[in-house]
Design a protein around this ligand. Structure first.
Ligand SMILES: Nc1ncnc2c1ncn2[C@@H]1O[C@H](COP(=O)(O)OP(=O)(O)OP(=O)(O)O)[C@@H](O)[C@H]1O
Length: 279
């Protein structure tokens, strides 16, 4: 199974540093051809056990940040460190294998049964590599299907699974590598209300069961944040507008400044509601 411990570590000389899972320092991304600034000098760090929401208007740069943290691209300037390794000094394929990624853009063969989809997380491949999966690995995939509350999907082809079921399979798949960091790009996209609520409950439970796991969730809707989300980043036009504990960041004033129109924010029993008036 892939393991970030196989990679040479560049830092983590004391306990404080060791708790940093991802750190961006002055990280900018520019398009070489047009010079368009996609991300502008981002400073941000994520520690173990923290659950972050990444919010901002369409095109603000959320997915690009996730791609940097997921070691899928490099910053044009500045630095990105993930799991103690600086991008550009390490084999990104090994690093990627130690990061859980859940995105609807992932390619998954439609005919693969749920259990096999989860197994492919152990090899980090699109197609199953059967020789790589021993009995313990197969059993682990079953255990993750149970943890994600979708045991009944073990034999169901991915192509016939609903959006909510696919999200659960992709999260279970991402957890096969036992990552310290789980990245979720709009995991609630296109889910109906009951499926969304059930998945929010599952994410909350996951956070409780795995106190060391750090997560970053890209979303458009405050209503999708589980009570486990304790931190948020607001992005606007490639810049960090605000970041920190949700109580400080997810305010009406903060959201209004981020989205450029009046937004009221309320919170009830750990869940959020945002309402926007006219400009
Ligand atoms: N490969 C690329 N080539 C050209 N432009 C890109 C590329 N990737 C991102 N961009 C541009 O960078 C900006 C940020 O894109 P990104 O996908 O990170 O935003 P986002 O906040 O995730 O948006 P959305 O909410 O619509 O998914 C956009 O203007 C986008 O068009």
């Amino acid at each position: 199974m892939p393991n970030a411990a196989n990679l040479p570590r560049m830092s983590a000389s004391d306990d404080t540093q060791a708790r940093v899972i991802a750190a961006l320092s002055g990280a900018s991304v520019r398009r070489i051809t047009t010079g368009q600034v996609i991300l502008d000098s981002i400073d941000w760090s994520v520690r173990n056990g923290e659950h972050w929401a990444l919010l901002g208007a369409n095109g603000a740069g959320k997915t690009t940040i996730l791609r940097l943290v997921g070691a899928m691209m490099f910053p044009t300037t500045g630095t990105v460190e993930v799991l103690g390794h600086r991008l550009g000094t390490v084999d990104v394929r090994e690093l990627r294998a130690a990061i859980g990624l859940v995105s609807s853009a992932q390619k998954v063969p439609q005919d693969l049964p749920g259990h096999t989809v989860v197994l492919t997380g152990a090899s980090g491949t699109v197609q199953p590599l059967w020789k790589k999966y021993d009995d313990a690995t197969r059993e682990r995939a079953h255990a993750l299907l149970s943890e994600l509350d979708c045991k009944e999907l073990a034999d169901r082809p991915y192509g016939v699974c609903s959006g909510g079921q696919r999200a659960r399979l992709l999260i279970a798949r991402a957890l096969m590598a036992d990552p310290s960091l789980l990245l979720l790009d709009e995991p609630f996209n296109a889910l109906d209300l009951p499926s969304r609520e059930d998945l929010i409950d599952t994410m909350h439970q996951l956070a409780l069961n795995r106190p060391e796991l750090a997560t970053i969730t890209v979303t458009h809707h405050l209503e999708e944040l589980s009570p486990a989300i304790g931190h948020a980043v607001l992005l606007r036009e490639g810049r960090v507008q605000a970041k920190g504990p949700v109580e400080e960041v997810l305010t009406g004033a903060g959201m209004t400044a981020c989205f450029g129109r009046p937004i009221e924010v309320t919170r009830h029993e750990g869940r959020w509601l945002a309402r926007s008036g006219r400009r």
